[in-house]
Design a protein around this ligand. Sequence first.
Ligand code: GAL
Ligand code: CA
Length: 336
Amino acid sequence: MAAGLAVCAAAALLDGCRGQRTQAPQRLQVGVACYNQSDTFISELTDSFREQLGGEEYKELAPTVTLKDAAGLQRTQDDQVKELIDEGCNVLCVNLVDRTDPSEIIELARESGVPIIFFNREPVNEDMMQWSGLYYVGADAEQSGVMQGELAADAIKADSRIDRNKDGKIQYVVLEGEAGHQDAILRTEKVADTLKKEGVELEKLGSGVANWNRAQAENRMTQMIGQYQNQIELVLANNDAMALGAIDAYEKLNITKATFPIFLGIDGTDEGLKAVEDSKMAGTVYNDKEGQAAAMAELAAALASGEGMDEIAFENERCIYLPYAKITKENVDAFR
Ligand code: GAL
Ligand code: CA
């Protein structure tokens, strides 16, 4: 019965009857499939999503959220999506393991008429075009790289001691997120471009992939310190967890603070904000998890109830991108 209603609501919606309620609003049963719940940013994002759906505004829909963790395996996630549909979810929120491989999930959802809100790991456009019941909520990756570059340039211009060997260039390393992830690719590219545009002369010493993960970043950083000794003046990490892993490496090697490079992250996770506040990180870029969670909640509610779709500002018809923001010690309080 519930599944039948879900199909009807979704079908009515997709037929273009947006905003017109043809029946009493049904319950909102959201199935959330995460690529890896041990990812700090993702777990903070899904916590915020649950919390916001529990708010007064959605009370009428009596929302429930069932969360499944694929722990990094696409096959597992495909099975979990099937389970979520079988359990009667009428909206799916999917954080793909492999963003280039959503076909199986799209097929399952389309067959049962359950719309999907992809989030954080963006499918390619070709896949988004496979069905009109597919949506995406995320952020503009390019902007985060630009902002990180601006933060780094500001710090370097404000403090001549950062160029420790006084050669007029900044020796740097990059800690990268997963290979093939839209955020890792664009952040890595844009941060260096922006620093150059800002007139900072750069010398890239090396880089390491650490898959968004603090422990892996500590390992990579320890290796790079072994290789480049005290030459590293700047560490650009694709996210806060990896910037913190890099700091862990320096701290565990008992390197004197005066020869630390500066560290920049992205996300503004709880521990990232703390590191900015404590001046361990020179800055970070806010990846607006509250805004993304709010957009997901609003969209999920609209999809289930058939109401409010008109009020949502989509880009490219079915995508929502939240803006990033720069964070330094000066404004960090506003993000806590
Ligand atoms: C990024 C975020 C990373 C990681 C990744 C997972 O947007 O900055 O910390 O969570 O998503 O897909
Ligand atoms: Ca230098």
